[in-house]
Design a protein around this ligand. Structure first.
Ligand code: UT7
Length: 325
């Protein structure tokens, strides 16, 4: 039976110019390049300039994704931006992106699922496409986490960075089997029991301040590998595949040890895991589309391959998406 599939027709990304190295961080807090590299794999991160806001990063990534999809901004009928660092409390960053792209078609809104935001946004857009309500959707992960970091807290400030990545999802007809191109399965989960392990200690209706990111890293780590391996298993089962079918895993880039642990648990060759955490650090919702764009542009990910995207973050939220490129 014929079905509608959401196929990635373009990718793009943007990183702010300014690079902040571990060595520079040694001068700000009691840390060392050795500690950061050994515990996380991070060597550097990009930081937005004072005048750059999240929508600026998002628009730059979106323009590149549109170019690679060979589409104009006006072809887009849905914009979903995954972010936890919106330009303003309202309107949504997505409507600002829509305006900056010169588009007034369709709908634009934000999705907030912290580091899982991109998998959530992709799942939402996929459902719009499958329901016949969108033909070309722009799905963006964009963050300026540098603005919510406590630069005196060495347990968090060394871990995050700024950036944006985008994909264009386009409606294609598929045969309804797992040889189709496009998103074949996606699963998203949340469990608010763990709200207090990773959060920002401020907000509009609580403190009236922006607040700073706080994390009980060890406990988050403990949940991450188990939850990620579990949800990857679900999307494999949904698509009648096993880990042997996977060509590439594009994980949320939080910690190299989490990437290695998840690959080990699933018995996946570490060579199949796309790693950018060393250069970008954790860019929350932006990390998957940033890594994806890099691996597509350098020719690693090619048409017909099976790709899994997976993430876990504050809430907790977690999810995975299996697609044939
Ligand atoms: O993206 C959303 C999901 N987030 C994650 O997945 C993050 C998950 N967690 C992690 O990645 C790791 O738990 C961290 C990288 C955050 C921490 O690594 P860890 O191996 O769990 O270290 P730890 O928190 O147990 O800290 C070990 C020691 C502590 O000292 P004591 O108590 O043993 O004396 C920390 O105070 O390392 C100390 N420490 C540091 N030392 C130098 C913590 N941060 C630093 C630092 N530099 N930046």
């Amino acid at each position: 039976m014929g079905v509608i599939r959401s196929v990635v027709s373009g990718t793009g990304s943007y990183l702010p110019e300014r690079i902040l190295t571990n060595k520079e961080l040694e001068k700000k807090v009691d840390t060392s390049d050795e500690w950061i590299v050994e515990r996380t794999g991070i060597k550097q991160r990009h930081i937005a300039s004072e005048t750059e806001v999240t929508s600026d990063l998002a628009v730059k990534a979106a323009i590149k994704a549109l170019e690679s999809a060979n589409l104009a901004a006006t072809d887009i009928d849905l914009i979903v931006v995954a972010t936890s660092t919106a330009d303003q409390t309202f309107p949504s960053t997505a409507t600002t992106v829509q305006f900056k792209l010169g588009n007034t078609n369709g709908a634009a809104f934000d999705v907030q699922a912290v580091c899982s935001g991109f998998v959530y946004a992709l799942t939402v857009a996929d459902n719009f496409i499958k329901a016949g309500q969108s033909k070309h959707a722009l799905v963006i992960g964009a963050e300026t986490f540098s603005r919510i970091l406590d630069w005196e807290d060495r347990t968090t400030c060394v871990l995050f960075g700024d950036g944006a990545g985008a994909v264009v999802l386009s409606a294609h007809n598929g045969a309804g089997n797992n040889n189709d191109r496009g998103i074949l399965a996606s699963r998203i989960h949340s469990d608010g029991t763990y709200n207090d392990l990773l959060y920002v200690d401020g907000g509009v209706s609580s403190t009236g301040t922006i607040g700073f990111l706080r994390m009980k890293g060890k406990e988050v780590f403990r949940h991450a590998v188990v939850k990620l391996a579990g949800v990857i298993g679900e999307v494999l089962e949904d698509s009648n595949m096993t880990s042997e079918n996977i060509d590439w895993i594009v994980p949320h880039q939080a910690n190299k040890r989490i990437l290695d642990g998840t690959a080990r648990k699933l018995q996946i060759d570490p060579e199949k895991v796309i790693v950018t955490v060393d250069k970008h650090a954790n860019t929350s919702a932006a990390s998957i589309p940033l890594a994806l764009d890099e691996a597509v542009r350098d020719g690693r990910i090619t048409k017909g391959q099976v790709v899994i995207l997976e993430a876990m973050g504050g809430g907790f939220t977690w999810g995975a998406c299996l697609l044939r490129w």
